[in-house]
Design a protein around this ligand. Structure first.
Ligand code: ATP
Ligand code: MG
Length: 429
């Protein structure tokens, strides 16, 4: 990107800066949508993270378009489109190169807020100037017109972008109260972009982090996926804890990280986060169920221990602790059903890894969740839990040919007697 000397816009008093952005870096569908809106007489710009990332030389994750056309007007222009959302209505326009989101300019300060200052609906349309001021950070409020190759900077975003500064538009306390999830966005973007969170916003986050408890758990789940699945999981985890936000997302995890087995648990969490980052870098499949299984493993084990002390058998304690841990966590962040099942299976299979004899081993090996559960077992071993020999056995078993596998599972020598293979042997701690 090359930036020429700023010159005032003919249409607006705001700074309008000619820039050269290679249009081949912009999604073709987004370019087509903008041109068509222009042809129909509307204003239309690329905005948000797409522009920010292009200016920083990164490849944007998605392209958002802002326009003065109302959702119904946009919908009429594009056959392949549909209006979505209730609290915040936008239009999805589909094309061969993917989906672009088209949002009508919103009026800052005219959104519907509840008694606590929280935004409950934001469908009041306004001018581009108003739209810029309702966005979260200055670097996210740059508007780019690809037809004219001009950038509109209404909030000093370009300067902050150059200074690698994440600055809240307006009063941080007020903006975080309006939407506490913006605090998570601040952490996520500062890590992803390697930006500094501006001092006043940083102090606000320390003070207002507790407001995350008022964000809908389903929204927090979506934010968590973005926080840990964009390739910076380790740094994001550290930043969330530094800003004091992690404790409001995973309070039970935070407690165990600081507790008696904190060191081993912390090693497990870090190893899992490092591997998540590696897998994303190498294009491998990742799933939040695995990370949830890791984050909640410490609390789960602590509860199993407690219930066993209360006299329950390991099996019963495990089942009760799983239920309790999942339900307790869901008071903070939701865990969709489709993820709960694999997460529970990963935990349950930890217990079954001890059954290495006869058909049990083969049945477990064929289990659809075997691989994830085995990876989890190896993580536990790497983190210093006393399961390294078990992990080695299963590694050897997988690599062995069928006759050797049979031999391993039938091996009488060294096989514990029935009485020793009872529930105590099968505990995972
Ligand atoms: P990413 O690279 O992760 O997509 P992004 O900044 O583009 O980051 P989006 O969720 O795609 O994030 O949002 C697009 C734009 O919408 C943002 O850049 C910002 O201008 C605006 N925005 C998103 N969420 C909020 C929010 N909670 N409050 C105010 N503005 C927001
Ligand atoms: Mg985006």
């Amino acid at each position: 990107m090359r930036r020429a000397t700023p010159e005032p816009s003919k249409h607006s008093p705001s700074p309008c800066i000619p820039v050269e952005i290679d249009s081949s870096c912009i999604n073709r569908n987004a370019l087509r949508v903008i041109s068509k809106l222009h042809d129909a007489g509307y204003e239309a710009y690329l905005v948000g993270g797409g522009v920010r990332d292009l200016l920083l030389g990164h490849s944007p994750k998605d392209f958002d378009i802002a326009t003065n056309a109302h959702p119904e007007e946009v919908r009429k222009l594009f056959d392949n489109s549909r209006i979505i959302g209730r609290r915040f209505r936008i239009v999805h326009v589909y094309g061969s190169k993917g989906l672009v989101e088209v949002a009508t300019f919103r009026a800052a300060g005219r959104a519907h807020v509840n008694q606590k200052g929280r935004i409950i609906a934001d469908n009041t349309y306004g001018s581009i100037d108003e739209d810029a001021f309702r966005r979260d950070f200055t670097a996210n409020a740059l508007y780019y017109d690809p037809d004219e190759a001009r950038l509109l900077d209404l909030v000093g975003g370009l300067q902050d972008l150059d200074a690698r500064m994440l600055r809240v538009i307006g009063e941080p306390d007020l903006r975080f109260r309006e939407d506490p999830a913006r605090m998570l966005r601040a952490v996520r973007l500062s890590v992803k972009l390697d930006f500094q969170v501006e001092k006043q916003a940083e102090e606000s986050i320390y003070r207002l982090g507790h407001l995350l408890s008022e964000v809908h758990p389903a929204r927090l789940f979506d934010e968590i996926v973005k926080l840990f699945y964009t390739g910076f999981a380790v740094r994001t985890f550290d930043a969330l804890r530094e800003f004091g936000l992690f404790q409001h997302l995973f309070p039970m995890t935070e407690k165990e990280l600081c507790g008696r087995s904190g060191e081993t648990f912390s090693a497990l969490v870090y190893t899992a986060l490092q591997r998540t980052d590696e897998r994303i870098r190498t294009g491998k499949h990742v799933t939040p169920s695995f990370l949830y299984a890791v984050f909640l493993w410490g609390p789960l084990r602590a509860l199993v221990r407690q219930l066993e002390l209360d006299g329950l058998s390991h099996k019963v304690a495990h089942a009760a602790a799983v239920e309790n841990t999942v339900i307790s966590q869901m008071r903070f962040t939701s865990i969709p059903k489709r993820l709960q099942h694999p997460m529970r299976e990963i935990w349950d299979l930890q217990f079954r890894f001890y059954r290495k004899y006869g058909n049990s081993a083969f049945r477990l090996y064929r289990h659809p969740r075997f691989r994830a559960a085995y990876d989890f077992l190896c993580l536990r071993a790497a983190a210093g839990e006393p399961v390294d020999r078990l992990c080695e056995w299963w590694t050897t078993f997988q690599e062995a040919d069928l006759p050797t596998k049979r031999k391993m599972t039938n091996a009488r020598r060294g096989r514990p007697r029935k009485s020793q293979r009872g529930s105590a042997k099968r505990t995972y701690h």
